[in-house]
Design a protein around this ligand. Structure first.
Ligand SMILES: Cc1ncc(COP(=O)(O)O)c(C=O)c1O
Length: 369
């Protein structure tokens, strides 16, 4: 039997499910057979048990603490990934078919979110970046917003195209709804500016199976007893994330990742500083490579989470990925719709691993220029 150890691990640049903090994996391993004080694995206990109740409450409270979530908002967990939210948002927030959702389309994920809107009301595409292959984000003055829109949706970090909003768009009075699936908990955020925030966990705050939702309480009345219970935000909040058996193991991992963010990383301001430093390492190299590497996103819209770039030809991209694999790096292939290379450097990616990639890129450019 082979025993895998931390030292055998590759440097995992996958876009998600993605790298987890090693200390979190170690804690999971240590507690897997017997959760301290419980006598069973976290996977074996009832979701109604006091022990799991504490785990759920702890994960929720840690998100509240990390983001300083005000009393005006509820935090809860759901299944169905970010994808179910594409349906739930228009189903709950559009109260009838005459209401309009403004959608800012900056890439694959925000486009997907807009696709369920017409089932419930009117879709207004406030901006669409497809003409430039989703390589930039709009300024506020480019947005064609609807007066009195039921909400405005955007995706803070386009995982595939490597674009990230540094500030939320300014949308006047309509509630701002954001898909933060790939940059949740990566920097401090003023939650009071948002009507709804959602994020699947498998990139920046855990493993696949759980999605965190933060909703402004006054929006819950919009659900208005007209939806199937499971699809109703008000019921989900009332049910305390337990309308059905929640993804217990995934919630446990999210709690551990949040604890790591608080206690090891020192909170979101420090996490954000480190994320900037990691991204700068790669973007500075791309910019000084004299065209050997080309970034996909316009420099002022670059993502700190997903660094998307290409080499001179698809053959060189493939050579790069192959040699990186030989050097112990994985997950660097670009998404099939964009091609090239994508280095995902989420919260849990250590700066030392980014330095290894940086040095490899430098060396690869020297040898192949
Ligand atoms: C920004 C963004 N939104 C939505 C999704 C879809 O998430 P899920 O597969 O959990 O539904 C992803 C992930 O793959 C993503 O990166």
């Amino acid at each position: 039997m082979s025993v895998s150890t931390a030292t055998d691990r590759v440097l995992n640049f996958s876009a998600g499910p993605a790298v987890l903090p090693l200390v979190v994996l170690e804690q999971i391993r240590d507690e897997l057979l017997n959760l301290p004080g419980v006598g069973s694995s976290v996977m074996e206990i009832s979701h109604r048990s006091a022990a799991f109740g504490e785990i759920l409450d702890d994960a929720r409270k840690r998100i509240v603490a990390l983001h300083n979530v005000p009393e005006t908002h509820d935090v809860f967990f759901m299944q169905g990934g970010a994808t179910l939210q594409n349906t739930m948002i228009p189903a709950n927030l559009l109260m009838d078919e005459e209401q309009t959702a403004d959608c800012i389309i900056t890439g694959t994920w925000s486009k997907k979110n807009s696709q369920d809107v017409p089932f419930y009301g009117k879709l207004n595409v406030a901006w669409d970046g497809s003409d430039t292959h989703f390589n930039q984000l709009p300024n506020d003055d480019q947005l064609r917003l609807t007066s009195g829109a039921a909400y405005c949706h955007y995706t803070s970090n386009e995982t595939i195209h490597g674009l990230q909003f540094r500030n939320p768009p300014n949308v006047d009075d309509s509630p701002l709804v954001v898909d933060q699936s790939s940059d949740f908990l990566s920097e401090p955020l003023d939650i009071s500016r948002f009507g709804l925030i959602y994020a699947c966990a498998q990139k920046n705050c855990g493993i696949a199976g759980v999605t965190a939702v933060i909703i402004r309480k006054d929006l819950l009345v919009r659900s208005g007893n007209r939806l199937p219970r499971y699809l109703d935000y008000a019921q989900q909040v009332k049910g305390g994330s337990m309308l059905n058996t929640p993804p217990t193991f995934a919630i446990y991992v999210t709690g551990l990742v949040c604890k790591w963010l608080q206690e090891t990383m020192g909170g979101l301001a420090e996490m954000s500083r480190v994320n900037q430093e990691k991204a700068d390492l790669l973007y500075d190299l791309i910019d000084t490579s004299e065209g050997f590497y080309t970034g996909h996103a316009q420099p002022h819209n670059r993502s700190l989470m997903n660094v998307v770039f290409r080499l001179k030809s698809p053959e060189m991209d493939a050579k790069f990925v192959n040699e990186a694999t030989e050097h112990g790096m994985a997950g660097l292939n670009g998404h099939r719709s964009v091609g090239g290379i994508r280095a995902s450097i989420y919260n849990a990616m250590p700066i030392e691993s980014v330095r290894v990639l940086h040095d490899f890129m430098l060396d690869f450019a020297k040898k192949n220029s």
